[in-house]
Design a protein around this ligand. Sequence first.
Ligand SMILES: Nc1ncnc2c1ncn2[C@@H]1O[C@H](COP(=O)(O)OP(=O)(O)OP(=O)(O)O)[C@@H](O)[C@H]1O
Ligand SMILES: [Mg+2]
Length: 366
Amino acid sequence: MIRISHLRMSYRSAGERVAAARDVSIDIKQGQFYTLLGPSGCGKTTTLRCVAGLEEPDEGEIEVGGDLVYSSTRGAWTPPYKRNIGMVFQSYAIWPHMSVFENVAFPLVNGEEKLAREDIRKRVLAALALVKLEAYVDRPAPYLSGGQQQRLALARALVAEPRVLLLDEPLSNLDAKLREEMRVELRELVKRLNVTTLFVTHEQLEALTMSDVVAVMRDGKIIQEGTPHEIYSHPNSAFVAEFIGRTNLIPGMVPQGASAGAEIVVETNMGPVIAQAVSAFAPGEAVFLAIRPEDVEVSRMNGATSSNVFDAQVERLLFLGEAVDSFVRIGGQSFQMRMHPSAAPSFGDSIRVHLPRARCLALSSQ
Ligand SMILES: Nc1ncnc2c1ncn2[C@@H]1O[C@H](COP(=O)(O)OP(=O)(O)OP(=O)(O)O)[C@@H](O)[C@H]1O
Ligand SMILES: [Mg+2]
């Protein structure tokens, strides 16, 4: 439904060229909720604006709904208003001098298709009903709460029944509770309408909870793509492991080397740890050992005789309500583990921790 291939785009500012998208390729199926996730400045908005036609790329191809809307080699260019795309901007971009009704009606009044006033009214009311704003139809747009303005921007993006929806951090201005509610509502809404959605966020929790597919971006490139579960459980690099959720990342070295997917011994400053090699490693290569805090277990096994079992001291406890984070020291290494409050150790306890080998990943240090 949306296909981007080998997209490159750079900005020129003060005589300098800033490469914002560097060879981005993605393929989004009809009805899919696809998320670009990455830190500030990695090129998410740029990619979205290229799909919308608000920026002209340097190179590559973009297809929307099977139509080639941009191609550097075939000279294709479709202007934004003919791409049949709904977009919610990072800043919402609600028109403050207009009412709720006028904001939503704007794309219809100014669109290609000439509609009768009564049809416009019907469609605006239907779009407002989708986001539960019917009661506010005549109110001036600025007199809405942040969450209501966000839903208004969504109604405006949906009113022309676009083939695809582009959402640029649409929840970032909401408070934590409302954001949590809107995550669920927004996903349910676009799934019900079966509209293909390209969503942009730097919040890992949003990406994990809302998406069918997540693409992690860094410095203008996609470095890993997969389901939320794949990205979280099988990060392909230290960057992805650290960016998504919390993880213990311990520098180490692999004396033996291994092929991708094999078990491998990682020498660390707390001793040898058996892990899964995420990529192929040569003997002696530097790696990172990664394990999630919730995967570290308290063990009753004897540390001296069992593999991946270590003696540890509890140095710090952080009560989070539904969980307790314990910070323990194993030899020279500080380690984080997350547990249910009823199972958490006490400050100063000497415990044994077990690092299940299937949950320990050896990641390239590049
Ligand atoms: N108009 C512009 N002129 C020059 N450089 C720009 C312009 N817009 C963006 N950039 C640069 O391009 C890069 C990518 O920017 P982009 O807005 O796509 O990032 P982003 O991933 O959306 O970040 P954020 O999460 O902060 O919104 C950044 O280095 C940014 O400084
Ligand atoms: Mg942005």
